[in-house]
Design a binder for this molecule. Sequence first.
Ligand SMILES: [Zn+2]
Length: 69
Amino acid sequence: MAIQVTERYCPICGKLVTEATHNRFGEWCCSDAHAEEYVADVRAQKQRQLAAGGPAPSEQRRERHRGCC
Ligand SMILES: [Zn+2]
């Protein structure tokens, strides 16, 4: 089996990330500031979904894996 060489990009600024130092929820952030920003973003999204009476988090996770676009 080949070694997986997946390039990681910061979800906030899109910069290539080579170290997992600021990994949050499986997303690689380029810096502590952007890691915090990403965490805050995820929290805000979850709260919005709860407020809207959306599906449970487990359902959401399945949704996300269906496609990226
Ligand atoms: Zn960044």
